[in-house]
Design a protein. Structure first.
Length: 326
C-alpha cells in the first residue's frame, strides 16, 4: 500500500464555543490538529497508509496528540518527544461562514526543535509521498530541516508535496516570508495553494504569468489552487483546467484544505502517479477531474463539521457524498 509521510507540526486547536449566556465565560473545546498531522489522519481515515514525522512535547497535550494520531491509524514510529519545549497551541474562532481566525502560542514549541539529523534514511525508502507545509519554515533552523527532508525524499524517488498553508501570524513581525517560501516551493513536485496564497506570491512579481514562470524554474510539475466555494484550478507547464467546488453549508473550515490535500495525495498514490507522471495526468482531463472531485469531496465534508482530526471523513462517507452529488 502506498505510504504517505507527512512532516511538520501537530498542535492543539482550542475551538471557541458561543457563550450560552451574554455574561457567561467563553469556553474552548480541545481538538487535535496541525496541518501536516491533519493530512496524515485524513489519509488514514480514507483507508490509506500514513505516517507522521515530527516532535511533540512531553506534556499532556503531546500525549493527547500522540494518542489521537495512533487512534486514527497513523504510523507514529517517527514521532519524537522532548522536554525542551511544550506542544504548540492554537486558539480558533469562527465567523458565520465557518472561516477561522487563529491565535497561536508558538514559538517556543516542540515541533520547531526537530532537526535534520533526526531524519532516518529508512523513513523515506518506504514512502510514496513526502508532504510538508510552510508552518515548518517560520524559523531558520526548522526551515533548514524541512528543506533537508524534501531533498532526502526526492533522492529516494519520493513525490514531494507542499501545501503552502500560510499563517502570517506565525512569522516574525515585519518579516517577509516569501524568500523562504520560494526556497521550499522550488523543492516540491506538487504544490497546493489557496487563491489568497496565489495572490500573495503573485503580488511582488506583477502578474500570474510571472509567478508561474518562477514556480516552473524549480522542481514543481503540478499546481492546484483552491478557492473555498469557488472553482478549483490546476496547471502544469503545458496544461490547465478548472472544476467547480461542491456547494455546502460550512461550519468550520479549519481542516478542509488539509482533507482536500489528503484526498488528492491518496488518489495520486493509489494510481501510481509519481513526479514524472504529473504532467501526463493533467493532460488526461477526465482522470484529473476525477482526482480533484474526490479531493474536493474530502474537503467539503470536513468543512461541515467542527475540529480537525475529528472532522475529516472516512472513505465510505466520501463515496456516499459523491453518489449524492453526481
Amino acid at each position: 500500500m502506498p505510504n504517505i509521510v507527512c512532516f511538520g507540526e501537530a498542535l492543539i486547536d482550542f475551538l471557541a464555543r458561543p457563550p450560552q449566556a451574554p455574561d457567561a465565560p467563553r469556553q474552548f473545546t480541545q481538538y487535535a490538529g496541525g496541518a501536516p498531522a491533519n493530512v496524515a489522519v485524513a489519509v488514514a481515515k480514507l483507508g490509506g497508509a500514513a505516517a507522521f514525522i515530527g516532535m511533540l512535547g512531553r506534556d499532556l497535550f503531546g500525549d493527547f496528540l500522540l494518542a489521537s494520531l495512533r487512534g486514527a491509524g497513523v504510523n507514529t514510529e517517527h514521532v519524537l518527544r522532548t522536554n525542551a519545549a511544550n506542544t504548540a497551541l492554537a486558539f480558533v474562532s469562527l465567523d458565520a461562514d465557518g472561516e477561522r481566525r487563529f491565535s497561536f502560542y508558538r514559538p517556543p514549541a516542540a515541533d520547531l526543535l526537530f532537526r535534520a539529523q533526526d531524519f532516518r534514511p529508512e523513513w523515506f525508502r518506504s514512502a510514496t509521498v513526502f508532504h510538508v507545509c510552510s508552518n515548518s519554515l517560520t524559523e531558520a533552523a526548522i526551515a533548514e530541516t524541512t528543506l533537508t527532508g524534501m531533498c532526502q525524499a526526492r533522492q529516494a524517488g519520493v513525490l514531494v508535496s507542499m501545501d503552502l498553508n500560510l499563517r502570517p501570524s506565525l512569522w516574525p513581525k515585519e518579516s517577509d516570508p516569501r524568500p523562504r517560501l520560494w526556497s521550499a516551493l522550488a523543492e516540491a513536485d506538487l504544490v497546493k495553494l489557496s487563491a489568497t496564497e496565489l495572490a500573495f506570491l503573485t503580488e511582488p512579481l506583477g502578474n500570474e504569468a510571472a509567478m508561474l514562470a518562477e514556480l516552473w524554474r524549480g522542481w514543481p510539475r503540478l499546481l492546484v489552487v483552491t478557492d473555498g466555494p469557488g472553482p478549483m484550478r490546476y496547471c502544469t507547464r503545458s496544461a490547465a483546467g478548472r472544476l467547480n467546488a461542491f456547494s455546502i453549508n460550512a461550519v468550520d473550515t479549519t481542516a478542509a484544505g488539509d482533507a482536500f490535500t489528503a484526498g488528492l495525495l491518496l488518489q495520486l498514490a493509489e494510481a501510481g502517479v509519481g513526479a514524472a507522471e504529473l504532467d501526463a495526468l493533467a493532460s488526461e482531463t477526465e482522470h484529473m477531474r476525477a482526482v480533484l472531485r474526490f479531493a474536493a469531496a474530502c474537503g467539503a465534508l470536513t468543512a461541515t463539521r467542527h475540529g480537525s482530526f475529528a472532522a475529516v471523513p472516512t472513505l465510505n462517507e466520501v463515496q456516499a457524498f459523491l453518489r449524492e452529488h453526481p
